[in-house]
Write a protein that binds this ligand. Structure first.
Ligand code: NCD
Ligand code: ZN
Length: 337
């Protein structure tokens, strides 16, 4: 097969940042994707309608002539009232919950995952049919953080049976198993959790550009994720979690967590699905499953992939901003025409 068409690709977990970085990264998604779920962990985070609408406007401007739908989210707060959520509902696709301090810009996250504390807001969301996206990690040992969080997912799923709960960027085989157990649990999966293990980050020379939260895990975890993704299990969607940080903040002590993968995502996915002879399932993973789960009717947009080497740029720049993509300098087998 020398060509492959992806229809209305959707990235269901994306960080676009702001200012120069926003102008740098938005076109790298808006050119090929029909839409993306935009994370609210700016500094300060997005928690009001006013700030949200301004941010949406800046994203739209950065898209230039690209036809692209940014689906915005707000940063979960325990004091969101029913009327606040009712008023903002049409402007957002979901509310994103971060436990305090578990990842980049989560200092204003919830202090406790006690269900009773979260109940008023989650009940309102359930009534209003607003999905909940969750960064599911504890503050335990880095390799166990997601696994330790799974009982919390279970408790949320049981307590709020009509709430759609999206386990973001799942990274373990145990998370995959949990997906099958509760009807109202869904998940996004990144390309890095499908392709890498901890060996790629610290097993040889340290690679800060592959450092992210949740950290990539064991071979058996990658296998379990690959299996459900390649079959395009209906509760799983593609979400890149592409999370750009300036080069200086990545190649540093106190290096920031986040992998910038937007520019290579579709090429890498095509290579992966082709390798396992599962290209027939790729459109479900990158678009159709998300359409069904979130009830979306994205704009029509075709991306033609051709089997031709693509050398990943070493760096992307805009004015003073510089960001290093995942697999910088590597050769991929598929290019976008
Ligand atoms: C993300 C970021 O940089 O905003 N970082 C990351 O490692 N994935 C936040 C997140 O999604 O956890
Ligand atoms: Zn993220």
């Amino acid at each position: 097969m020398e060509r492959f068409i992806i229809n209305s690709a959707l990235d269901m977990h994306l960080h676009l940042r702001d200012d120069e970085m926003l102008k740098l990264v938005v076109p790298l998604t808006s050119k090929n994707f029909a839409g993306a779920v935009v994370m609210p962990n700016l500094v300060p985070p997005i928690t009001t309608k006013e700030v949200l609408l301004e941010y949406k406007k800046r994203i739209k401007e950065a898209c230039k002539d690209d036809d692209f739908n940014p689906y915005l989210t707000i940063f979960f707060q325990v004091d969101y009232t029913y009327s606040f959520l009712e008023d903002i509902k049409d402007e957002i696709i979901a509310v994103k919950l971060y436990p305090f301090g578990v990842t980049t810009n989560s200092e204003t996250g919830v202090a406790s995952m006690d269900v009773e504390l979260l109940r008023p807001t989650l009940q309102s969301m359930e009534k209003l049919n607003i999905p909940l996206c969750v960064h599911g990690e504890t503050k335990g040992f880095v390799m166990d953080r997601e696994k330790e969080f799974l009982p919390i997912y279970e408790s949320l799923a049981i307590n709020f049976p009509n709430l759609k709960i999206i386990m973001e960027h799942i990274s373990t085989k145990e998370a995959v198993t949990l997906l099958y157990k509760y009807e109202n649990l869904y998940a996004t999966v990144t390309i890095h959790h499908l392709l890498l293990t901890l060996d790629d980050v610290v097993g040889g020379e340290l690679n800060p550009h592959l450092f992210c939260k949740p950290i990539v895990k064991r071979y058996e975890d990658r296998e379990a994720l690959l299996k459900v993704v390649l079959e395009a299990y209906s509760k799983i969607m593609f979400g890149s979690d592409s999370a750009p940080h300036p080069k200086n903040n990545k190649e540093a002590a106190d290096g920031a967590a986040g992998i910038f993968s937007s520019p290579i995502a579709l090429q890498v996915l095509t290579e992966l699905f082709e390798k396992y002879e599962k290209l027939d399932n790729l459109n479900s993973f990158v678009s159709l499953n998300a359409q069904r789960i979130y009830n979306l009717a994205p704009i029509k947009k075709q991306v033609n992939l051709i089997k031709k080497d693509f050398i990943v740029p070493e760096i992307y720049t805009f004015e003073n901003e510089q960001v290093v993509p995942m697999f910088a300098g590597k050769t991929l087998l598929w290019s976008i025409e």
